[in-house]
Design a protein around this ligand. Structure first.
Ligand SMILES: Cc1ncc(COP(=O)(O)O)c(C=O)c1O
Length: 464
């Protein structure tokens, strides 16, 4: 870990830590741990690196912890774009338009060719909620019952009750029921732990075909949509095989289902293409996005749809109920649009999507060199979204314990690198290290990440 001069005096440091401990409710954290250790508090960032309140510098292999800061830290042009827009007009509700909203919708429609209508909101969960509401209202408008949404095991779609209902991670849902009806799961697409105990390529891609069984079981007249992450991210970094999406698409076409692709993590270059679904031969009807959209310099999300979806909501203006009766107050914040526009400019001018592809390929190659270690069960990913699954026994694929995962993560941190891991997602399978640095990362940066991961695994992990 690289120590630098702290930005604050020791007195101020202690005061902030105390205020944090006394009043801040951290996300996803058991606060009892703060009885014996201080919370981590970050102070500044530059490029791919962040500094904590004590002056410790880390290479951020998690892009802000949850894969958001795609263009990296300390971008003055991002801050200036937001500042200029806020001074001119900070906000107007989405019932009206604003200049940056129109510009951003136009640019997204061009990038997403075929999905030419964009609805803005302020978080990934909200973007998915909009998609679910669209599906339900279309069913209602058509006087039918095609309102169910099918989701894939191990995928995550957000923190609200409906998004959790559509999330294939039982440990995230536990304790938050009862859930609304109308969300039904189908099998995941991880070859390493094939839900059908088959081996690719002789498996007939049963994981994709299983969707049809679920549609049949539920009754095709009740199912309106399927939601998937293009590649499962937080549930263990799972890029499906090439044949997967054409099969899914065929089933959607056969039963008249909308295909919703949740690009909240994969969107905006993370996987080496602008959107994750572009790796596959597939054409979604609805695409949701957030995180990398403005690299978290301002909150913003969107739900982009094909014109056929939008047209379902076009009716005689005297009818007061048939339009999409949804609003997102902060979906009108112009700072988010300005940040997203500048984010797109940076991605393009600095060719960061291509960088994610090239440097991500290098990262995957380097990590695959760790595959001989007795605890490395699987290494998988695409672009700068890579996972390393740790096992205690390679032949049975028994996952390492929670204690080992924690020790590995601690050691990687001590080496001055921050990475993520699956937590409280799929029962017994919270054993994947997630690596997703900002898209500006160089080969030298990912070399540093791999070296730290190697130390973590070699010091803390052995077969049992
Ligand atoms: C794939 C995916 N969809 C949706 C969300 C929810 O986004 P938010 O936390 O902005 O509501 C997340 C968050 O991690 C995510 O990973």
């Amino acid at each position: 870990m690289h120590e630098t001069e702290p930005l604050l005096s020791e007195h101020d440091v202690q005061e902030i830590i105390q205020k944090d401990k006394d009043h801040l409710w951290h996300h996803l954290v058991q606060h009892k741990t703060f009885a014996s250790q201080d919370p981590r508090i970050f102070v500044e960032g530059e490029g791919v690196r962040v500094r904590d309140i004590h002056g410790n510098e880390y290479l951020d292999g998690a892009s802000g912890g949850v894969w958001c800061v795609n263009v990296g830290y300390g971008r003055e042009s991002m801050a200036r774009a937001v500042y200029d827009q806020l001074v001119q007009l900070p906000y107007y509700a989405g019932v009206a338009g604003t200049v940056p909203a129109a510009q951003l919708a136009d640019q997204l429609a061009e990038i997403l060719s075929g999905l030419d209508r964009v609805y803005f909101s302020s978080s990934g969960s909200e973007a998915n909620e909009k998609a679910f509401k669209m599906v339900r209202q279309i069913a209602h408008l058509n006087g039918g019952a095609k309102s169910k949404v099918l989701y894939r095991d191990r995928d995550y779609h957000g923190t609200t009750i409906a998004c959790l209902a559509a999330t294939g991670q039982p440990e995230r849902r536990e304790a938050y029921g009862p859930f609304p009806e109308g969300f039904v799961g189908f099998p995941h697409a991880l070859c390493y732990r094939c839900p059908f105990d088959l081996s690719y390529p002789d498996c007939n891609i049963e994981c994709a075909r299983a969707l049809e069984d679920v549609v049949q079981r539920e009754g095709p007249e009740t199912v309106g949509a399927v939601i998937v992450e293009p590649m499962t991210a937080g549930g263990g970094v799972i890029p499906p095989v090439d044949e997967y999406y054409p099969i899914l698409q065929e089933i959607c076409a056969k039963y008249d289902l909308l295909l919703i692709i949740d690009e909240v993590v994969c969107g905006f270059g993370r996987t080496g293409k602008m959107f994750g679904f572009e790796h596959y031969d597939v054409a979604p009807d609805i695409v949701t996005m957030a995180k990398g959209m403005a690299s978290a310099y301002a909150p913003i999300s969107a739900t982009a749809v094909r014109s056929e979806v939008f047209d379902e909501f076009l009716h005689d203006p005297s009818d007061t109920y048939d339009y999409f009766r949804d609003i997102s107050t902060y979906g009108g914040c112009t700072g988010g649009f300005a940040a997203a526009l500048e984010n797109l400019r940076i991605l393009e001018d600095e060719q960061l999507v291509e960088n994610a592809r090239v440097v991500g390929g290098y990262l995957l190659d380097c990590l695959r060199e760790l595959a001989d270690h007795e605890c490395v069960g699987d290494v998988r990913g695409e672009g700068l979204l890579v996972g390393v699954e740790l096992v205690a026994d390679k032949s049975s694929k028994r996952p390492v314990s929670e204690g080992v995962m924690n020790s590995v993560m601690r050691k990687i941190n001590e080496e001055g690198v921050l990475v993520g891991r699956t937590t409280r997602s799929f029962p017994g399978l919270n054993n994947t290290i997630n690596i997703a640095p900002p898209l500006i990362a160089t080969k030298a940066d990912v070399g540093e990440i791999v070296a730290a991961v190697k130390v973590g695994i070699e010091h803390e992990c052995s077969a049992t």
